[in-house]
Structures are given as structure tokens and as C-alpha cells.
Design a protein around this ligand. Structure first.
Ligand SMILES: Nc1nc2c(c(=O)[nH]1)N[C@H]1C(S)=C(S)[C@@H](COP(=O)(O)OP(=O)(O)OC[C@H]3O[C@@H](n4cnc5c(=O)[nH]c(N)nc54)[C@H](O)[C@@H]3O)O[C@H]1N2
Ligand SMILES: Nc1nc2c(c(=O)[nH]1)N[C@H]1C(S)=C(S)[C@@H](COP(=O)(O)OP(=O)(O)OC[C@H]3O[C@@H](n4cnc5c(=O)[nH]c(N)nc54)[C@H](O)[C@@H]3O)O[C@H]1N2
Ligand code: SF4
Ligand SMILES: [Mo]
Length: 579
């Protein structure tokens, strides 16, 4: 049995894990993991897993479960087809082997994202490709500007790389991280586009732009400068809760420095999320930060860049954030909890309950397993072989079998059984693993994905002409009536809906409602009643409900982002009623 693997969770850090007498420990030899893990893996064993397959509430054998699944797929092929809805409960590359089976029998898969799709679309529009900025480059910066990413909570292994740097945090919440920063820009949620455009405008006004760099990589910057002039300074700053002094304070820190800008998902949970990323990228281009050591702008990088898929490609797709489940005879859910995590739970509940049959393939009980006709337990990451990459660094990590156990079935074994039943060709598990492994190359104590850059964009952008494509227009109107903003970030205790989920709504103590009082939050989509807790880190007009809190997505809408087909968890304003 091997004793070194990687954390399977959907996280920037992709830690290297040592399995020591059943205990999980952070790998001291891996420079990104640095010898520590986070609460999720430290308490991995606390979470009770599903042990037996279940058909219509009755425990059945794995054989019976697989035979029933085969019948459901067969029947669906004669009728309205199957939808394979797979998400990122486990981030391993082998998880996609089920796509191979379902695509091969004509099922629909999903496209778009619940996560970073809007921002990613913006990055690709501007730069041509979404390359990861390695932690070593961030460590080389003088100033790090963190924009809508809660590093100690969601990306804690980056903290050692930020030591001793000047820190600017842009976040509507005065998080502990924001509190520790040299500057905290506490703007209103969704105010980032205006803030980024105004920063760009003043970079040019102050002559801070890098003319030489722009001549080579950002020729159209003057047109963009004109676009930034359409933002009315006073009105925009008033709207987003900032002043001219905030622009000045930030620019003063950036002037002449090596700057890394790290952007998280917080800024792009809106319909115009792509525009926000393009406007933030534009700051990097104006300052000449791309392709320079110790500098850069980084969003969640593409974790699959450089990894060719060995699996069959689908021809039919449903939008991930707004899938029409009811159109299908069979919905096969894997590594996901759509009933809690997709936006617009009311719509999802209605649509999923009208699907012919729902199958849940996962580790834990949740809202979706509770309503599924067939529940199939998965193996944990310790009991099956995989390989993973990350969106926060370029490492490739092997995940060999570290423990044996009779519970559950691996994604490969399930796919192999289905492929055999339907006469679909499938390579051996070893061949797929070898394919993924071969995408890596050794680099000191770690393995990196081959072909990724130590300094991304050093050879220019990946657009047709190598130029950065500045935002040419924007579709954003900061409209704020008397309602509240909903902020829905990640919790330190849960990984989306896995592990310890939150159960409260948070508001500023000045809201006039006593702690512990149940409040009804109401949006155009629906409502939820949650006990109120006070949090003085919040702006007066914000309600915070963490991602993973049961009921939070009753409030969110199925509207997709203008680009990238992403969920827009913070696009809805809400009302608050004490009850
Ligand atoms: N502990 C923990 N870690 C996780 C996860 C988890 O559930 N729990 N989930 C993982 C996953 S799937 C992902 S995608 C990543 C995401 O991790 P992050 O990128 O950090 O995303 P969030 O926590 O959603 O939001 C980050 C910050 O954005 C702020 N924010 C909210 N709205 C706005 C806004 O309009 N503008 C600005 N500037 N900031 C805003 C929030 O207050 C929050 O502090 O984390 C991963 N890591
Ligand atoms: N309100 C609000 N909603 C959000 C967000 C938000 O910020 N706010 N964030 C969104 C984001 S960024 C994301 S990424 C999504 C995540 O949403 P989902 O992708 O639906 O993820 P989880 O809720 O983490 O559910 C993952 C499930 O995967 C299963 N699982 C774990 N490991 C394995 C395995 O090895 N094999 C199999 N077969 N199953 C496994 C577990 O049973 C677990 O219940 O949520 C989105 N929803
Ligand atoms: S920090 Fe992220 S990758 Fe590391 S153990 Fe925690 S969830 Fe896993
Ligand atoms: Mo995510």
C-alpha cells in the first residue's frame, strides 16, 4: 500500500497528503503543502459515509444496484435520454471516466459552471488562455492585491508565500484577512467593475502605465482609457461606497512595485462576471505585470491545461447551472449535490422531481441522495487510484490506492461495468492513469504539469495577434434600491455542502434585529428562514449566508452569466423580515 496521496477536494491548494497509520498529515516535503492540512482533511473521518447501495429506500447489493442502473440507461435510450450531471466533489482526473461511458451511449453532459465560469470566460476573452500564476512568482512580489478571494479560508497554503508583503484586500466583508492587510477596500458587493475601471483611468492620468509594454502587448489601451471615462467618477464611487482617496491610497502602493493581483470567485458571481475579470486584467496590462517575474494577475487558473482528455466527448449538453432535469428519463448525479448547490433550489427541486429517475453516486448523504431512487456509494480517495491537478498551482499529484475496503465502488469500476454491458470500448484503469501521469514532469521535489510556464505570458498573450483584448463595452448598471445585497462566500467549516455546514444568516449588529431571531430572507426566486447572527465585519446593507447553508439557494436565480454559462449567486437583491 502507498502512503502518499493528494487531497481530492475542490480547492486552490491540492495538498500532498501522507497517510500515516490511518492518520492524514500534510506532506513536509512538498513545498506547496508545507506540512499542514486544513480542517476538512484533518476531520475527514468524522463525516459519516454512505455504506450500502439503496434502491427506493431499501438496501440492495452492489450487483443489484448496477443491474438496475443498466436497465435505467437502456430504457432512457429508448425514451427521453440520460443526463450525466457531474460536479467536483472529488477533483481527480479519473472522475471523468463516467463521462466516457455516458457520452458513448449518447447521454447529455453539462457545460458551463457553478464556480468560476464567468471569470474564466473574461480571462480567456482578454488573454486568450487562462494560465496559472505559480506561487513562486507571487512570493517574488512586493505588493499583493487580493481581490474577492479569502486566502486564509479557501487557499490557506498560499499564506507562507505572502509573508512580509504589502497587502491590499478588496472585499465587501472585513474578513480577518482584510483586517490584517495594509489597505482594505471595503466596497459594496458587485462594485468591482467600476473600481477596476476607475483604477485603470487614474493609472493613465497619473502616467503610471508602462508605455513600452503596452506598445508591444496592449496597443488598444487608449480606447480602453476612453471607455473608462464613461464611468462617472463621483456617482460611481458613491454607488460602490468608496471615495477618491481609496483610489489614491491603492495607486500609491502600486507605483513602481512588483505587483501580483490574485482574484477569487467573489467578484464574478454576477451576470457581468467576465467584464470584471477583464477590467482587473486591464490593470495588470497597463502596469505591465504580465510575463514579468514576481508579477502577474491570477484568477482560478485552468486546472486541465496541458491534460488531454482520454475520454469520449459528448455531443449534447445541458447548462450546468440551469439544467432542465425534467427533460430526461434518467439523471445520473455524481460528486455533486445539485439540490443544495445549484442556484434556484425551487426550480431545481421541481425539475429534478419531474425527471424519470434520479441516481445519486456519492460519498455522503445530502439533499440529493435523499430524493434519489437509486443511491450508489463511492469509494473514498484513499481506496481508489487517481491523479489530480489544481487551479492554484501547476503541480500534478498522484493518488494511488492507500487503503482497502469493501464499501462502495470506484468511478472506473462502475464505468467498466456499464461499458461491458453496453459494448462500449474502454481502456484499462492502468492505461488511463499512465496517460495522466505522463502529463507531468519532475521538477525538484514535486511533479509539474508539462508545458506550463514558470512565468506565464512571458511570450505575450494567447490571442490571435498576441495583444491583450481590452473591454470594449460593458453591460452593468449598479442598481441598489432599498433591498439588501446577498453575499454567499465559502465557509471555513464546510467544503461547499460537504462536512460541517453553516445554518445561520449574518447581518451587522446595527440591523435592529436581535441575535437568534429567525429572519425570513426573500428574493424574487424564493425565501428561507434562518436564525440571525450578528457580524460587525459586514456592511449595513449586506446579508451573508455561507455557501453550503441549507436553503441559501432558494434565494438565487437560474440566470446565467452573460459569458461562460456560470451561476450568478449574488445577482439577486433580497428583503429581510423578522418573523
Ligand atoms: N474552506 C473552504 N475552502 C474552499 C471551499 C469551501 O467551500 N470551503 N470551496 C472551494 C471552491 S469550490 C472554490 S470555487 C474556492 C473559492 O474561494 P474564493 O475565491 O475565496 O471564493 P469565496 O469564498 O466565494 O469569496 C471570496 C471572497 O469574496 C468576497 N466577495 C463576495 N462578493 C464580492 C464582491 O462583489 N466583490 C469582491 N471584491 N469580493 C466579494 C467574499 O466576502 C469572500 O471573502 O474555494 C475553495 N476552497
Ligand atoms: N450559494 C452558493 N452556492 C454555491 C456556491 C456559492 O459560493 N454560494 N459555490 C458554488 C461552487 S464554487 C461550487 S464548486 C459548487 C459545488 O457544489 P457541488 O459540486 O454540488 O459540491 P458539494 O456540495 O461539495 O457536493 C459534492 C458531493 O460529492 C460527493 N463526493 C465526494 N467525493 C466523491 C467521490 O470520490 N466520488 C463520488 N462519486 N462522489 C464524491 C459527496 O457525496 C458530496 O456530497 O457549489 C456552488 N454553489
Ligand atoms: S487546504 Fe484544500 S487541498 Fe489542502 S487539505 Fe484542505 S481542502 Fe484539501
Ligand atoms: Mo467552486
Amino acid at each position: 500500500m502507498q502512503n502518499k496521496t493528494a487531497c481530492p477536494l475542490d480547492c486552490y491548494d491540492a495538498c500532498s497528503v501522507v497517510v500515516d497509520a490511518g492518520k492524514l498529515k500534510g506532506d513536509k516535503a512538498h513545498s506547496y503543502t508545507n506540512g499542514y492540512l486544513c480542517p476538512h482533511l484533518n476531520h475527514f473521518w468524522k463525516q459519516e459515509r454512505i455504506t450500502q447501495p439503496r434502491l427506493k429506500g431499501e438496501v440492495v447489493s452492489m450487483e443489484t444496484a448496477l443491474a438496475h442502473l443498466e436497465t435505467l440507461v437502456r430504457d432512457a435510450r429508448e425514451g427521453n435520454g440520460s443526463l450525466h450531471y457531474r460536479s467536483s466533489g472529488n477533483f481527480g482526473l479519473m472522475q471523468g471516466v463516467t463521462d466516457h461511458f455516458f457520452a458513448s451511449v449518447g447521454a447529455a453532459l453539462t457545460k458551463g459552471s457553478l464556480c468560476d465560469g464567468a471569470g474564466e470566460a473574461g480571462v480567456v476573452e482578454g488573454r486568450g488562455a487562462n494560465r496559472v500564476l505559480p506561487p513562486e512568482q507571487i512570493a517574488g512580489a512586493d505588493v499583493v492585491m487580493v481581490w474577492g478571494r479569502n486566502v486564509p479560508v479557501t487557499n490557506s497554503h498560499l499564506l507562507p508565500f505572502l509573508k512580509g508583503k504589502e497587502l491590499i484586500v478588496v472585499d465587501p466583508v472585513r474578513t480577518a484577512f482584510a483586517d490584517s492587510a495594509d489597505i482594505h477596500i471595503q466596497l459594496k458587493p458587485g462594485g468591482d467593475l467600476y473600481f477596476a475601471m476607475l483604477l485603470a483611468r487614474f493609472i493613465v492620468i497619473e502616467g503610471m502605465h508602462d508605455a513600452e509594454y503596452l506598445a508591444e502587448h496592449g496597443e488598444a489601451f487608449e480606447e480602453y482609457y476612453e471607455l473608462t471615462q464613461t464611468v462617472r467618477i463621483k456617482a460611481a464611487l458613491d454607488g460602490i461606497g468608496l471615495g477618491l482617496g481609496d483610489i489614491g491610497r491603492v495607486l500609491e502602493r502600486l507605483r513602481g512595485k512588483k505587483v501580483a493581483i490574485l482574484v477569487g470567485t467573489g467578484v464574478q458571481k454576477y451576470r457581468h462576471g467576465d467584464e470584471v475579470l477583464r477590467a482587473i486584467d486591464a490593470i495588470g496590462v497597463l502596469l505591465g505585470l504580465f510575463g514579468k517575474p514576481g508579477c502577474g494577475v491570477s484568477f482560478l487558473g485552468s486546472s486541465s491545461a496541458g491534460i488531454a482528455s482520454p475520454f469520449a466527448a459528448a455531443r449534447r449538453f445541458e447548462p450546468k447551472a440551469a439544467a432542465a432535469f425534467s427533460d430526461y428519463d434518467l439523471v445520473f448525479v455524481q460528486g455533486a449535490n445539485p439540490l443544495a448547490q445549484m442556484p434556484d433550489t425551487g426550480r431545481v427541486t421541481d425539475s429534478l422531481s419531474k425527471a424519470g429517475h434520479v441516481v445519486y453516486f456519492g460519498l455522503y448523504e445530502n439533499e440529493t441522495s435523499a430524493m434519489a431512487e437509486l443511491v450508489i456509494p463511492a469509494k473514498t480517495f484513499l481506496e481508489k487510484a487517481d491523479v489530480r491537478t489544481a487551479y492554484g498551482h501547476n503541480a500534478l499529484l498522484e493518488m494511488p490506492v492507500c487503503e482497502s475496503g469493501a464499501t462502495g465502488i470506484s468511478e472506473y469500476a462502475l464505468s467498466a461495468a456499464l461499458c461491458a454491458a453496453f459494448d462500449v470500448a474502454i481502456a484499462s484503469e492502468a492505461a488511463y492513469l499512465e496517460h495522466f501521469r505522463s502529463c507531468g514532469e519532475e521538477a525538484g521535489e514535486k511533479t509539474l504539469v508539462r508545458g506550463r510556464d514558470a512565468v506565464p505570458y512571458a511570450a505575450g498573450f494567447d490571442t490571435d495577434d498576441g495583444q491583450f483584448l481590452f473591454l470594449e463595452e460593458y453591460d452593468f448598471d449598479f442598481d441598489m434600491q432599498e433591498d439588501y445585497f446577498l453575499i454567499s462566500p465559502k465557509s471555513p467549516r464546510s467544503l461547499n455542502s460537504q462536512f460541517e455546514r453553516e445554518s445561520q444568516a449574518f447581518m451587522h449588529p446595527g440591523c435592529g434585529i436581535e441575535e437568534g431571531t429567525p429572519v425570513r430572507l426573500v428574493s424574487a426566486q424564493g425565501s428561507v428562514v434562518l436564525p440571525l447572527a450578528h457580524d460587525e465585519r459586514l456592511l449595513a446593507d449586506c446579508v451573508l449566508v455561507y455557501a453550503g447553508t441549507p436553503g441559501v439557494n432558494n434565494l438565487t436565480s437560474s440566470a446565467l452569466s452573460y459569458a461562460g454559462g456560470n451561476a450568478c449567486y449574488q445577482a439577486n437583491k433580497i428583503k429581510v423580515e423578522a418573523c
